[in-house]
Design a protein around this ligand. Sequence first.
Ligand SMILES: N[C@@H](CCC[C@H](N)C(=O)O)C(=O)O
Length: 289
Amino acid sequence: MSTRIGFLKGHGTENDFVIVPDPDNVIDLPPAAVAALCDRRAGIGGDGLLHVVRSAAHPEAEEMAAEAEWFMDYRNGDGSVAEMCGNGVRVFARYLQCAGYTGEGDLAVATRGGVKTVHIAKDGDITVGMGKARLPEGEVTVSVGERSWTALNVNMGNPHAVAFVDDLAHAGNLHSPPPFSPAGTYPDGVNVEFVVDRGPRHVALRVHERGAGETRSCGTGACAVAVAAARRDGADPAVTGTPATYTVDVPGGTLVITERPDGEIEMTGPAVIVATGEIDVEWLESAAR
Ligand SMILES: N[C@@H](CCC[C@H](N)C(=O)O)C(=O)O
């Protein structure tokens, strides 16, 4: 009988994750193992992986341990590391609730993008304090086929480029990352959101995620889009003194984003655990070779 590692599968607006609980940080998860687990045909399948570790047990999080007991060690589906995942942190909290580590109410979660406060509501939705957006300067142009658009840089802990388009179909098949000019603008990669208007303070997006390809949702991306839309609409809360709330439709559901005059952003949406199972360690070791 080979050794087994417990896992769960979950999603937030269909941005889906393999969840690997590992409180003491004893499971070795090199990039190739993460990519094998996230493989949709030969593995479990997921846009990313949530490695659930006690902050005190992880060298990247031990400094946050006094504030947040748990660290979301987030990996993209290709095995790369990312600073933050907005849908992932809600699913991470849902796992902690299902496992009995936390109940309804507030919870602090350590991430590479800092400590985030998560609120698990009675009605089932989960709200995350996403912190403030940064808007790095510089004009960039993103192209798909013969069309091109100016994109706004928005950093939500991780990098995003937001382009407003007339039709989401103009984003094409998004099988590969769309090119930017100037070339080499994002040496570490970028998440790209294509956005259309659906109504007052209501937009819809498609996204190409760094390290995952086109996904059904991106939480940090939805926040970046709400920030970009508020600037475009003359509704920047720092200028108007009034919070701006945007409904952001993603292919896998809907997220609600509010930015306050102090710049703090909150995102609310669902988080669901759909399955539990066991990973065969022998398979994982050979798949990761
Ligand atoms: N899906 C996530 C973002 C995950 C990280 C991203 N692909 C990156 O590399 O920055 C979200 O919900 O925010």
